[in-house]
Ligand binder design. Structure first.
Ligand code: HEC
Ligand code: HEC
Length: 174
């Protein structure tokens, strides 16, 4: 009787091809990219200095959050991230050192993130059928410093009666 090896090897080869094809068909999910496929246009290295975000986030996931923060605040990455003076990009353009903690805005953003977690976890989620979590954009609305709310002029009845003058009874809305 012939040894069964050639058949086994052939079967294994077919299986490998099938698995690879299946893996490629499931793309894109960059962290599980199969070894032979081309590198992504942008590689997002795993974070090394997370202090408030979950430490197991991939580089991609961190990047997604960062894009949201940038848009919510109407800023750019360099609002919070310092330039990497020692390592300019190969083309000489400045690049940012994302793990660097020198910018005050980065510390403020950490504080803000913890605040948002607290607001959602301990307050908003207590509202019955709560489905509208607070995000950076809830307050910032595209501005690095949230704009103060200004009541529409000449429309005080919708915002309650005008404040009473000293010694006068408060006016009730009609
Ligand atoms: C509002 C401030 C802010 C903006 C804008 C911002 N970031 Fe961040 N970024 C942070 C903070 C804060 C952390 C650290 C989070 C932590 O400690 O868990 C961070 C972490 C990172 C990290 C992980 C660094 C490491 O190794 O730990 C990367 C990468 C990063 N940001 C990229 C970006 C990119 C790209 C942009 C622009 C699209 C951007 N960030 C915009 C505040 C910001
Ligand atoms: C509940 C409202 C609210 C939410 C939600 C909020 N912020 Fe803020 N944020 C503020 C206010 C108000 C200030 C201004 C504080 C001051 O200057 O007195 C501020 C200031 C900041 C600053 C400093 C701006 C500067 O000029 O230095 C950064 C950075 C920031 N927020 C990032 C964030 C990020 C990132 C998030 C989401 C993770 C967030 N904020 C969510 C209210 C909010």
């Amino acid at each position: 009787m012939k040894p069964p090896f050639p058949t086994l090897i052939a079967t294994a080869a077919v299986l490998t091809v099938a698995v690879t094809v299946a893996a490629l068909a499931q793309a894109p999910d960059p962290p599980q990219r199969s070894a032979g496929s081309p590198p992504p246009a942008h590689a997002f290295p795993a974070p090394t200095n997370l202090k408030v975000l979950p430490k197991n986030l991939t580089g991609e996931q961190v990047h997604e959050i960062m894009e949201k923060w940038k848009i919510a605040l109407g800023t750019h990455c360099n609002t919070c991230h310092a330039e990497d003076k020692k390592n300019p990009a190969p083309d000489g353009r400045p690049q940012l050192n994302y793990a660097d903690d020198t910018k005050a805005e980065k510390s403020t953003a950490r504080l803000m993130y913890k605040m948002v977690e607290d607001i959602n976890g301990n307050y908003v989620s207590m509202v019955e059928n709560s489905g509208v979590p607070v995000t950076c954009g809830t307050c910032h609305r595209g501005h690095i410093t949230p704009e103060p709310f200004v009541a529409p002029a000449g429309n005080y009845q919708n915002n309650g009666p005008p404040p009473a003058k000293d010694g006068e009874a408060p006016k009730l809305p009609r």
